[in-house]
Write a protein that binds this ligand. Sequence first.
Ligand SMILES: CC(C)(COP(=O)(O)OP(=O)(O)OC[C@H]1O[C@@H](n2cnc3c(N)ncnc32)[C@H](O)[C@@H]1OP(=O)(O)O)[C@@H](O)C(=O)NCCC(=O)NCCS
Length: 168
Amino acid sequence: MTRFAIREARPGDAVGIARAHVTGWRDAYDGILPSSVIERVDIGQRADYRRRILADRDILSVVSFDVTHGDVVGLCDAGKSRRDPPGTGEIYALYLVHHAKRFGLGTEMFDYARTWLAARGMPALVIWVLDNNPHAKRFYEAMGGRAAQAMPSRIAGYPIVERAYRWD
Ligand SMILES: CC(C)(COP(=O)(O)OP(=O)(O)OC[C@H]1O[C@@H](n2cnc3c(N)ncnc32)[C@H](O)[C@@H]1OP(=O)(O)O)[C@@H](O)C(=O)NCCC(=O)NCCS
């Protein structure tokens, strides 16, 4: 029986997405980032951010949800690449809560975003991932992505290395 599905986000999803984002972020980065950094994100602040994203027509926001209860269990945001010339789209965020992983939802949200970007003149795609996040890197490799340049950056002052994955 299918327990999960995906759809485009709606204005009323802000808090549900914020909750899934915070939970997914904590699951994903436990052991990868220090707890002081992981615990900085909170649902209220994420919900305010989410309301702005949902009002922005240049950004796609897709959710995964539990078909029984309607709860949001994952999210994917996409739009123009922040660092590349026109023609390249970017997936800014792709997160699932732990119990919704490995049901193919990541693949479905990724494919939806790719199709949406290509239809808006962005056939190339980039995703920036923490270089020490091996699970996500394996997923992007399974999606046919090519590991490209690395870039030092910071999250809340903590030094990280981001790695680009590209689809040309
Ligand atoms: C990365 C993520 C979005 C993948 O979504 P998912 O729905 O779990 O992945 P899928 O079920 O679509 O997996 C497709 C394929 O990717 C690969 N894959 C996915 N997760 C993997 C993992 N943890 N380890 C190794 N390979 C993995 C497998 O080849 C998988 O195929 P299979 O299940 O038939 O073996 C999800 O695991 C997630 O939210 N991770 C935490 C958040 C995160 O790190 N996001 C990336 C931020 S840039």
